[in-house]
Design a protein. Structure first.
Length: 486
């Protein structure tokens, strides 16, 4: 039996411009600068700098330093009148100027690509005397090393893979022989199959001493006891003093468990954090500034406007000219929208961070993390009249420079919990006290989670043991057994 139903659904779709604006808001300073360069490369109607000769021009860039004017005029798409900007150029200048340079112009010199981790290992192989088969196997093994420096495959699997994929037929003995060659490469420990072998390789490359020899024996024969920090068993096994065992373990702790990650020539690019905001204390008051790199001066190209005006004055308008006009109008619209979007991005960033600064004023004045208030996205969204998703985009990707270091903004957000007085306290405050308690513990007898829960309860924070465990993991603090020191 067929039934008919009437279902009404209310939905809201964002326009492409709104989506692009949200993406701009989400970008941190360095990524925003890259996006700006891409837009200027793609749109020749958009130019950097202030247009001095056209002070009254509706496209001229405005001073973006006044962030308090939230209701400032915005450029609307209908502001560009095609009848006011016309051109008779069959071939616009933008088509003849791209990639052309005068003799006086400076050109960017490309930088040489840094050598990769694996290529460095291949180069080291060239210092060994190997026959063709040995070299093929050794290079295959280098290709099997992951970014951390490990070969995480068994020798039989490597033998089979070489036969099926490379047509290299060998046996396990030859692969083991070439593994010994790989283990001679730098950084020490590269090519290990597991952590135990990695540590052993590094220890055996050290200058032999009493403590290095003891460390080798521990890793080779008592690895399980070492990883579980059963120091009493190790003292009994080797009949050594606490000081001797401590020095041997110190030799192990100095090793690198991820030798591949230490390669300075790696292609992985580590970018320095560029703060998007800065907070200063001036005469006892907080002062917020937006990184100037987020406030570029932009304007619409004067050449494009003149091209349009030239076409307007022309009586004969060919099809090619009309196509050029349509293209120019599209670029003008896009440039005008982008300038307005940058303005909106600046205002959104500033009002959001300004609200966060005042909400957490006590912390920003003295840097005491226990004074951070419980704060969720909705608190700030209600203060500034923006969507929660917009606040999230600002908080998750932006940094602020404070007198106490550069902080990721989302770190200031936290849930609320009740203390023994029934007052709302931030989970950040509880984590800080938990961290301080663990730092002050006797490392020979670290505190288990249930004892930590008892201590925090005595401090006025009735927290369950499972919550202590959750916060400890979030703070990247290991369990009590793994915090034990000899």
């Amino acid at each position: 039996m067929l039934k008919q139903f009437l279902n009404l659904k209310l939905s809201q779709k964002l326009s492409p411009q709104q989506i692009q604006l949200m993406k701009l808001i989400q970008l941190p300073t360095q990524a925003f600068e890259q996006r700006l360069l891409e837009e200027m490369n793609e749109n020749p109607a958009l130019e950097a700098g202030k247009e001095e000769e056209y002070e009254a021009d509706e496209f001229a860039n405005e001073d973006y330093d006044d962030y308090d004017d939230a209701e400032s005029d915005r450029i609307e798409a209908d502001d560009i009148n095609i009848d006011e900007y016309l051109s008779d150029d069959d071939t616009p200048d933008y088509k003849t100027q791209v990639n052309n340079y005068s003799e006086d112009e400076e050109r960017e010199t490309p930088f040489a690509s840094p050598i990769s981790f694996h290529q460095d290992l291949i180069n080291q192989l060239n210092t060994f005397i190997l026959n063709d088969q040995e070299r093929e196997i050794a290079e295959f093994l280098v290709g099997s090393i992951d970014d951390m420096g490990y070969i995480r495959r068994s020798v039989p699997d490597i033998v089979d893979d070489m036969a099926f994929t490379q047509g290299i037929y060998t046996d396990e003995a030859m692969v083991e022989k070439m593994l010994h060659v790989i283990h001679e490469l730098e950084p020490s420990g590269v090519g290990a199959r597991d952590l135990q072998e990695c540590l052993l390789l590094q220890l055996k490359h050290k200058t032999p001493t009493e403590y290095v020899d003891l460390a080798i024996d521990i890793i080779e024969n008592q690895f399980d006891a070492f990883t579980k920090k059963h120091y009493d068993k190790l003292l009994q096994k080797y009949s050594v003093s606490n000081e001797q065992l401590k020095k041997a373990i110190h030799e192990i702790e100095r090793l690198n468990p991820k030798p591949g990650g230490s390669f300075t020539g790696n292609n992985k690019v580590t970018e320095n954090v560029v703060p998007d905001f800065a907070i200063r204390i001036v005469d006892g008051e907080l002062e917020l500034t937006l990184n100037g790199r987020n406030a570029p001066s932009l304007h619409v190209s004067k050449d494009y406007q003149e091209m349009m005006q030239t076409y307007k004055d022309s009586r004969d308008k060919s099809t090619a000219q009309k196509d050029a006009v349509q293209f120019i109008k599209q670029k003008l619209d896009s440039a005008k929208w982008f300038i307005d979007a940058i303005r909106q991005r600046q205002e959104t960033l500033f009002v959001t961070m300004n609200a966060i600064m005042h909400y957490q004023e006590e912390f920003f004045l003295d840097g005491d993390e226990t004074k951070l208030k419980p704060m969720i996205l909705k608190d700030i969204a209600d203060m500034v009249g923006l969507d929660i998703s917009t606040i999230s985009r600002v908080a998750n990707s932006k940094y602020v420079e404070t007198p106490y270091g550069t902080k990721l903004i989302k770190e200031f957000f936290s849930e609320a919990m009740k203390n023994d007085q029934g007052e709302d306290v931030s989970t950040l405050e509880i984590k800080k006290i938990l961290k301080n308690t663990i730092e002050e513990e006797d490392k020979k007898k670290p505190l288990p989670d249930d004892q930590l829960a008892d201590i925090l309860k005595e401090k006025g924070y009735p927290i369950a043991r499972r919550t202590i465990a959750k916060y400890r993991e979030q703070l990247d603090i290991p369990v009590a057994r793994m915090r034990k020191k000899i």
